[in-house]
Write a protein that binds this ligand. Structure first.
Ligand code: GDP
Ligand code: MN
Length: 386
């Protein structure tokens, strides 16, 4: 689960990590009093969306007057912000963080993640922070310092000082850096975090280290034990279809292709997508309907797939291990009726009572192509959607 920058910064401040002064607003009418409360004469208006690259997408605006702040708020609030990290539709902007503008001497990068290769929580740090960190990582990877933390020990002050030295920080900044990194590490380990990042971590002309941005991604599987974090969820930032799917315990991910997929089992779903690609088609979604599939969930699944504008046909691939294929077939027929499905459908059933299931489908009044062989089913749906 992602959270917003302002929420990440609140968590930072609990650990005494320094952040710029800021006020969250949800209407332009509140902009001028926010500026007044912050003081100064330079402000930054920051769109709160669950994606990075906002600077490049016009979602971070440096303003030198209250009027400029109001203009930026008017343009951003209620809009869809498109950044290099969103899809073409972008993400809705419902809240803005207004911050006191900072003068930046240096932009550093500091993050923590789990490195699966070394099986360690790993600190990533760089002197080349800012909006082009991805480019730095791919073109000059030696500029990214990696430090794996001993899983049986902890992150020590010595470890932090070692990294501060690599970042060419003086004694005063090193103190602030150690505090920042230890704070990040505490949040990481206490809250079951996948990734925590400050980019940029800035050095100001007043010799102060400030977290100018904040990003945290939490492990969904551990949210049940962090009520305070789970409360931070903002469903307006989530893909509507994926959210609906999760309500029905369907594992759903939207993709760009034309062939809708309905499969039971994540592994089988991936194999199905591979086969579609292999025969020249492209999947419109990943969908795992799970083990104990019911007619109701099959209907929901069809409904979801049908709302993808690009779908031209559907491939159903069910392996009846726990479920009986004839029950699935009944569910499919019922669902087609309820949803009013008109797209071409290829159904591949295998496993318990597969012949009975296929028989039910092929005798129905609907235009369903049945197959017991997955390869043939994949070839057929590609052909039907070409
Ligand atoms: P991101 O693009 O989504 O990662 O958003 P950031 O919060 O990192 O902001 C993007 C860029 O805006 C930063 O890398 C800074 O260069 C710039 N920026 C943000 N806040 C300030 C500020 O207070 N003063 C100045 N001069 N630049 C800022
Ligand atoms: Mn950033």
């Amino acid at each position: 689960m992602h959270i917003h920058e302002y929420q990440a910064k609140t968590l930072f401040s609990y650990k005494h990590i320094q952040i710029p002064k800021g006020i969250l607003i949800d209407s332009t009418a509140k902009a001028s009093s926010a500026c007044k409360a912050l003081g100064g004469d330079v402000w930054v208006v920051k769109a709160q969306v669950h994606a990075g690259g906002r600077g490049k997408g016009g979602g971070v605006v440096l303003c030198r007057s209250v009027e400029e702040v109001e203009r930026a708020c008017g343009q951003l609030l209620g809009s869809q912000l498109i950044t290099p990290q969103t899809d073409a539709k972008g993400l809705p902007v419902g809240q803005l963080l207004i911050e006191s503008g900072q003068n930046i001497k240096r932009e550093l990068y500091l993050g923590l993640l789990i490195d699966r290769q070394t099986q360690k929580i790993t600190v990533l740090a760089s002197t080349e922070g800012g909006m082009d960190i991805e480019k730095v990582a791919s073109e000059t990877p030696d500029k990214i310092i990696k430090f794996g933390i001993d899983p049986l020990g902890s992150l020590s002050v010595q470890n932090c000082t070692f990294l501060a030295e690599k970042l060419e920080l003086n004694a005063e900044l090193t103190k602030q850096f150690n505090n920042t990194l230890l704070g990040l590490y505490e949040i990481f380990t206490q809250k079951d975090v996948n990734l925590i990042e400050i980019n940029p971590l800035i050095v100001t002309h007043q010799n102060q280290l400030l977290a100018l941005d904040g990003k945290i991604d939490f492990d969904d599987n551990a949210l049940y034990r962090h009520e305070d974090i789970a409360k931070l969820r903002d469903i307006s930032q989530e893909n509507e279809k994926e959210r609906l799917a999760s309500e029905y315990q369907l594992n759903y991910i939207s993709l760009d292709g034309t062939i809708g997929c309905m499969v039971n089992g994540a592994g089988l779903a991936m194999a199905t997508m591979d086969l579609i690609e292999h025969f020249g088609g492209s999947p419109a979604n990943f969908l795992d309907v799970g083990g104990g599939t019911t007619a109701d969930r099959v209907a929901k699944a069809f409904e979801l797939i049908q709302t993808e504008a690009n779908v031209k046909g559907i491939l159903v691939n069910i392996f009846g291990g726990i479920v009986r294929c004839d029950l699935i077939a009944q569910g499919i027929l019922q669902a087609i009726e309820t949803v009013g499905l008109t797209l071409p459908i290829v159904v591949r059933l295998e496993g318990t009572n597969a012949p009975e299931g296929l028989d039910l489908l092929s005798k129905s009044k609907f235009n369903i192509h049945v197959e017991s062989d997955l390869t043939k089913a994949a070839i057929k749906i590609v052909e039907l959607t070409k």
